[in-house]
Design a protein around this ligand. Structure first.
Ligand SMILES: Cc1cc2nc3c(=O)[nH]c(=O)nc-3n(C[C@H](O)[C@H](O)[C@H](O)COP(=O)(O)OP(=O)(O)OC[C@H]3O[C@@H](n4cnc5c(N)ncnc54)[C@H](O)[C@@H]3O)c2cc1C
Ligand code: SF4
Ligand code: SF4
Length: 442
């Protein structure tokens, strides 16, 4: 066994590729850290000019889900669906459905459940806003975090962005909000929120509900740039707008590009888009044990358990994971925001066979990393071994070990990564921006 390097600071988390880019450390230590975009790695924290990175025991390190993710739910809760606990975390109810508003349903990634739940939160449940991400208006290949407080703002952020995003860098906005807020993010983003609660008690009363989107992994900006090349966009500065999917289910990639004659839209089917992006995921995702938001109140994804007919409107699979999630879902249905039906819990397993195998493979990857001295996150309450043993073929099991050994050498994972801000994807000229950015409007 090769000794593991010690992770002593946020710099070490980043350098050893444990960072998933959630942004929580920057929200907790805004005076010392800022988030930057690196094309090859994703959004990463960087010490501000003259500051040093927070070290061991600091609040920034304590909230970091890159190094540790832990379950704290009550294992004896009588409502837990036993058949799902080991591989999918705590689940109280499984539903399928969609936003009642047909426009949201059409624009959304799946069935618009995340957006509909968020809207219900601010319009009828007394929540102040929704902390989530959207495309940057001035640099459409990148994302920014917003606290949306109106219907228009919430709906503007609809759709999956298969690109680095750090919704937790806005946690300070939630902490200072006059009432509880909705939080939407990936499973690691939600894990960061949970880790931040004991560190920042003021936040506890301000997180009204957490909604996680299922997540197979975050493709880097490089993956999007490669995709652009594939559709003939040589200069990323010509991109006016990127929709990764949606506007139908699962929808298509739609990239609006500036040309000599004005603008035109180039497009690819979802399957081709995701296939291309998935080869360029950040490393942390390869050793991720939670792809379905096990620490959230509600988690949403695609019910891929049956073929989708052409032109079929979108649907979401919705997992209620906590009592609070149950109340939020009930209210959203009662108030006419969501149309849902209770489904067989086995629909989850049938819908996401790849995520299940990935969870199993993670056990093999973690083992290979530990043996070769590559640091990995610490997990508590995420059983993986039996899934590795029973849900993966012998070949897949071997690949989880040997493939990781190869990756460690090929990607130089024992070396420290160097993160740099990427000028190539910087801002569009003002005349081509969609709408004023929040900063300009202010
Ligand atoms: C990187 C990534 C990988 C995914 N992998 C899978 C998968 O393997 N299987 C699966 O079933 N589903 C996956 N999803 C989720 C799926 O694409 C939909 O987002 C989900 O089903 C919610 O759909 P919806 O119609 O309810 O959401 P919508 O109503 O369209 O709302 C989406 C919400 O998610 C937020 N959001 C978008 N992109 C990001 C991001 N990168 N980080 C944080 N928040 C974001 C938006 O701000 C918005 O509030 C993935 C999503 C992402 C972002
Ligand atoms: S995972 Fe989140 S909290 Fe940890 S270093 Fe990265 S951005 Fe900061
Ligand atoms: S795969 Fe895991 S670590 Fe990677 S972005 Fe998704 S939730 Fe975060």
């Amino acid at each position: 066994m090769i000794p593991l390097p010690v992770i002593n600071s946020i710099d070490d988390v980043v350098a050893h590729r444990l960072c998933c880019g959630c942004g929580a450390c920057a929200a907790i230590s805004p005076g010392r850290l800022e988030m930057i975009d690196d094309v090859e790695h994703g959004r990463r924290p960087r010490p501000r000019h003259g500051a040093c990175a927070p070290g061991k025991g600091s609040e920034a390190m304590r909230v970091c889900p890159g190094i540790a993710v832990e379950h704290t739910f009550d294992e004896r809760h009588p409502g837990l669906i036993g058949a799902l606990r080991r591989e999918w975390g705590p689940v109280l109810e499984v539903w399928e459905g969609h936003a009642a508003d047909p426009e949201i349903r059409h624009e959304a990634s799946s069935g618009g459940a995340a957006t509909a739940l968020a809207l219900a939160g601010i319009e009828t449940a007394g929540m102040h806003g929704v902390l989530h991400i959207r495309a940057r208006r001035d640099a459409p290949l990148l994302n920014e975090t917003v606290l949306s407080t109106s219907r228009r703002e919430v709906v503007e952020a609809v759709g999956s962005r298969y690109a680095p995003a750090s919704p937790c860098d806005g946690l300070g906005l939630v902490e200072r909000a006059p009432a509880p807020c909705v939080f939407i993010g990936k499973p690691c983003d939600v894990a960061a929120v949970q880790r931040a609660l004991p560190v920042r008690p003021a936040l506890r009363g301000r997180i009204g509900v957490t909604i996680a989107v299922f997540c197979a992994g975050t493709p880097t900006t490089r993956a999007t740039l490669n995709l652009l090349e594939r559709i003939g966009v040589d200069d990323p500065r010509d991109v006016v707008d990127v929709r990764y999917r949606g506007r139908g289910w699962p929808g298509r990639l739609a990239v609006r590009v500036r040309t000599e004659r004005g603008t035109e839209t180039r497009s690819l089917p979802y399957e081709e888009t995701w296939g291309a992006l998935t080869g360029g995921k950040q490393w942390r995702c390869q050793v991720c044990a939670d792809h379905t938001g096990e620490l959230a109140d509600i988690a949403v994804g695609d019910p891929w358990h049956r073929p989708i007919s052409k032109g079929e409107p979108g649907r979401s699979i919705i997992l209620v994971r906590t009592e609070r999630g149950r109340q939020v879902l009930r209210r959203a249905v009662r108030d006419g925001y969501l149309a849902v039906e209770r489904v067989d819990p086995a629909n989850l397993t049938r819908s996401q066979p790849d995520l299940l195998r990935t969870r199993g493979a993670t056990w093999g990857r973690l083992l290979a990393c530990r043996v070769l001295g590559v640091p990995v996150p610490r997990y508590r309450g995420f059983p993986m071994f039996r899934t590795w043993l029973t849900k993966l073929s012998v070949r897949e099991r071997l690949r989880s070990l040997a493939g990781t050994v190869k990756r460690i050498h090929r990607r130089g994972l024992r070396e420290r990564a160097v993160v740099v801000e990427s000028p190539v994807i910087a801002a569009l000229p003002p005349e081509h921006r969609e709408t004023p950015t929040r900063r300009e409007a202010a």
